[in-house]
Design a protein around this ligand. Structure first.
Ligand SMILES: Cc1ncc(COP(=O)(O)O)c(C=O)c1O
Length: 307
C-alpha cells in the first residue's frame, strides 16, 4: 500500500469530534469555499524545555471569537471550548512544534450570499511547520505593492476573515512575479501598512517604529509581542504613520507574524537597507522572540500554554 500523505496521518477537530483528516470533507458548494466567508486564526506551538508550548493561545482565541462577532457568525462555542479543542488537537497528534488553524465557516452548500440561520461549522487542524519564507532567516527582498491594503471603509481589517486574504494574495503574486520575496502594502492614505500576512517594523537611530492602527493593519499578536519585548529591553517604540521613503532610509527592517516569526528585510524596491545584512536589533528581537515562544523566558512564561 502507498504511504499515506502527511496530512492523512493527522486528526482534526470538527464540530466537537476528533476525526481523521481524510474524513473531514465538505461539499464543493460550501458557502465559505465559494464566497470567502470563513473566519480563521493562525497559531503556533513550539518545542520548549518544558514540552510543547502554544504561544499566546488566549489572545489568538480572543481575536478568533471577536472576528466571528464582527461578522455576526454564531459559532456555538465559547473561547474556553475553542482553547480546549486546540490543546486536544495538538496533543492527540503528538505534535512538538506545529501551526494550528482554527476555522469557522458556513458549511451550508447553498448558492446566494444570505447567511442568516445558515449552518456554521468549526474545525481545528494542526500541522508540522518550519520556515514560512523558506530562506533560513537570511533576509528578504520586499516590494512596495501597487495594490493598497484593504481599509475599514470597505472591509473590517481587524477581522481575520478569509475574503481579506485575496488582497494579500494578489499583492504577493505581484511581488513574486517581479522577483521579490514579499509585498509591502500601503494604506489608502499612502502610508506603510503591512506585509501580505505580516506586520512591519523599522529600526531608525536605535528606536523601533511600526505603523499604528490607523494604517489599517491587522493588530498582530506577534507585533504586540515585539513591542513588549522591545519595551522590556529599554528600546523606544513608536507607533505612528510611516512614509514609504522612511523604509529606504531605515537602519533595519523586519516583518513579524505567527507564520513568518521575525523575518528580516534587507532590500526594499531594489534599495539595500542599512548595511544590507540582518541588523543587531533585529537579531536581538529574534532571539528574545524565540525564547518567549518556547516558554524559555521566565518573564513572559504566562504567554505559553503547555500541552
Ligand atoms: C494580514 C496580516 N497582518 C499581520 C499578521 C500578523 O499577525 P499575527 O502576529 O497575529 O500572526 C497576519 C498574520 O496572520 C496577517 O495575516
Amino acid at each position: 500500500m502507498a504511504a499515506k500523505a502527511a496530512n492523512s496521518r493527522l486528526k482534526v477537530w470538527l464540530d466537537g469530534k476528533s476525526i481523521w483528516y481524510d474524513e473531514a470533507t465538505v461539499p464543493i458548494l460550501t458557502h465559505s469555499l465559494q464566497y470567502g466567508s470563513g473566519i480563521f486564526e493562525g497559531i503556533r506551538a513550539y518545542q520548549g524545555k518544558k514540552g510543547t508550548a502554544i504561544f499566546r493561545l488566549k489572545d489568538h482565541v480572543r481575536r478568533f471569537i471577536e472576528s466571528t462577532k464582527i461578522y455576526s457568525m454564531n459559532i456555538g462555542y465559547d473561547a474556553h471550548e475553542i482553547e480546549s479543542a486546540i490543546i486536544e488537537t495538538v496533543r492527540v497528534n503528538r505534535l512538538k512544534s506545529c501551526y494550528i488553524r482554527p476555522f469557522a465557516f458556513y458549511s451550508d452548500d447553498h448558492i446566494g450570499l444570505d447567511v442568516s440561520g445558515k449552518k456554521v461549522s468549526v474545525f481545528v487542524a494542526a500541522v508540522p511547520f518550519s520556515d514560512y519564507f523558506g530562506n533560513g532567516g537570511r533576509g528578504l527582498k520586499a516590494k512596495v505593492s501597487s495594490w493598497r491594503r484593504i481599509n475599514s471603509d470597505v472591509l473590517p481589517v481587524e477581522a481575520k476573515a478569509s475574503g481579506n486574504y485575496l488582497n494579500s494574495i494578489i499583492s504577493s503574486i505581484e511581488a513574486k512575479a517581479s522577483g521579490f520575496d514579499e509585498a509591502i502594502l500601503l494604506s489608502k492614505n499612502g502610508y506603510v501598512s503591512e506585509g501580505s500576512a505580516e506586520n512591519i517594523f523599522m529600526v531608525k537611530n536605535g528606536a523601533i517604529v511600526t505603523p499604528h492602527k490607523a494604517s489599517d493593519i491587522l493588530l498582530g499578536i506577534t507585533r504586540d509581542t515585539v513591542i513588549k519585548l522591545g519595551e522590556a529591553s529599554g528600546i523606544v517604540i513608536e507607533e505612528r504613520d510611516m512614509h514609504r521613503e522612511e523604509l529606504y532610509a531605515a537602519d533595519e527592517i523586519f516583518f513579524s507574524g505567527t507564520a513568518a516569526g521575525i523575518a528580516p528585510i534587507v532590500n526594499v524596491d531594489g534599495i539595500s537597507i542599512g548595511s544590507g545584512r540582518v541588523g543587531p536589533i533585529t537579531k536581538m528581537i529574534t532571539e528574545k522572540y524565540l525564547n518567549a515562544v518556547s516558554g524559555n523566558n521566565p518573564d513572559f512564561e504566562e504567554w505559553v500554554t503547555y500541552v
